[in-house]
Design a protein around this ligand. Sequence first.
Ligand SMILES: NC(=O)c1ccc[n+]([C@@H]2O[C@H](COP(=O)([O-])OP(=O)(O)OC[C@H]3O[C@@H](n4cnc5c(N)ncnc54)[C@H](O)[C@@H]3O)[C@@H](O)[C@H]2O)c1
Length: 265
Amino acid sequence: MSSKGTGGAENVVLVTGGGAGIGAGICRVLAGRGVHVAVNDLDADAAERTAEEIGGTAVPGDVVTDGEAILAGTLAIAGRLDGLVNNAGVIRRAPLSDLPDRDPTLDVNLRAVAGLSARCLRSLSESNGAIVNIASMAADVPQLGGGLYAASKAGLVAYTRQAAVEWGPLGVRVNAIGPGMIRTAMAEAVYADPVLHEKRRTLVPVGRIGRPEDIGTVVAFLLSTDAAYVSGQHLLVDGGLTQTLMAHFPQPSDAAPSPPASADA
Ligand SMILES: NC(=O)c1ccc[n+]([C@@H]2O[C@H](COP(=O)([O-])OP(=O)(O)OC[C@H]3O[C@@H](n4cnc5c(N)ncnc54)[C@H](O)[C@@H]3O)[C@@H](O)[C@H]2O)c1
């Protein structure tokens, strides 16, 4: 377990699923702003790699089953917790008519968030801390073929709103971020194909696929006192993608040109 003493000065933030992708981007941004990050991941080597890179502390474990140990490992750093970023998530692609019996989606994306957040509540209340849940634009827009993913993220947004109301009086703010299309291992099969990458890129008003750090900077804002009056929100960080629906409506100028009138008529 790599570790760096906090000297008592730094805030401590626990990031789940911090070994790769968006979680690692969040860890890098927070560490760059002087936060001591407790890097959780199911993949202990990945957690260790990120912790090593940013000078944080690895707290490996499965968010579904190891919440108590993950929190204990985090509190062992400096006896405090200032923020919790529930980022770990999975997608299991399947049509709704054909879901596997033991599907982990709701357990990882929703139930584990509720469990870990409740465990962290006392420490977060003591520090006037904040929680950021990584939801998805799929909470608002169905992800066809994504199995229970959209339902899990919609549930996570509803959970975020309820927790904000219940825990605001305890001094804990709770918000969610809905990433748009971010290039990570979760969707690498798409972005590794230059044709698919380009087709997706041109859909985004700001003109590019997102990077993990695009989410990290918004997490940093929501955890900071700059967001002291923000709670219960689901903030879409998608380069404007979800606002483009009407751009797909056919317009009169898109109609096929009518054939030229015959000169003989
Ligand atoms: N990539 C995107 O385009 C995108 C879009 C919207 C939302 N999201 C959400 O962002 C979050 C991160 O996604 P990503 O693209 O970085 O995924 P990723 O698969 O690249 O990384 C997820 C990390 O979480 C870890 N993890 C998985 N299950 C875990 C568990 N039970 N306990 C602890 N760690 C666990 C994995 O080992 C991995 O390191 C997820 O909640 C995802 O739903 C991603």
